[in-house]
Design a protein around this ligand. Structure first.
Ligand code: MD3
Ligand code: FE
Length: 203
């Protein structure tokens, strides 16, 4: 039963906490195929967030730009499969938020350490913005910044905690957002980092 924190933003507090060990185990298998790496922005900066992907498409960034691609540039192989339980979690979360036919074809996996920030940006590399994005936060808590439709718009802070699931759709799908800080600590399953899964319809 989601809490609408802003129009188009549905928060399912703790909805993934009971799946943490399963997700962590499946993440280990994914990382054996496609490990975390620091991609470079088109402008040549090394990203602070370490990323990988699973599913038919993975999100990549290099000097040619940001895009989705069916092959992992590191391994030159397809991305690992999206675990069925992950697809189910994303699908059920979207359903509760009012998106009954969300079928993600990409899951971007982000890893943050306590010194990692993610500057304000919009997610607009997907083909059709009518689809929501479902995000799952695991491990250390993060101070999330939610802005407006313009970079200079005011931001609100939301503390994203272990197990939180958010569905970002409709009028909030193209809002600026970022991560300003990760709370130091140690999570019993995830250790000294925060992992975020974002489920998307890329194509
Ligand atoms: C609001 N990830 O991968 S998740 C990203 O914590 C990204 O790793 C952050 O921003 C993270 O692009 C934030 C929450 C999130 C994800 C997608 C959004 C918020 C969003 C898309 C539109 C608006
Ligand atoms: Fe984003």
């Amino acid at each position: 039963q989601p809490e609408e924190i802003e129009p188009g933003v549905a928060l399912l507090r703790g909805a993934a906490s009971h799946l943490a060990s399963d997700i962590h185990q499946q993440l280990g298998a994914i990382l054996n195929i496609s490990p975390f790496r620091h991609m470079f922005t088109p402008g040549g900066r090394r990203m602070a967030v370490a990323t990988t992907s699973c599913g038919p498409y993975g999100w990549i960034s290099d000097q040619k730009g940001y895009r989705y691609h069916s092959v992992d540039p590191l391994t030159e192989q397809p991305w690992p499969a999206m675990p069925v339980s992950w697809i189910h979690l994303a699908h059920e979360s979207a359903l509760l938020a009012g998106f009954p036919d969300f079928q993600p074809d990409s899951c971007l996996i982000n890893r943050y350490q306590t010194d990692t920030q993610l500057s304000l940006h919009q997610d607009k590399d997907e083909r059709d913005f009518k689809h929501p994005i479902v995000s799952v936060s695991l491990g250390l808590s993060a101070q999330f910044l939610l802005g407006g439709m313009r970079r200079e718009d005011a931001t609100i802070k939301i503390l994203l905690m272990h197990g939180d699931v958010l569905v970002w759709g409709n009028q909030s799908r193209l809002r600026f957002h970022g991560i300003s800080r990760i709370q130091a600590g140690y999570h019993p399953v995830l250790g000294d980092c925060r992992i975020n899964l974002t489920f998307r319809c890329a194509n």
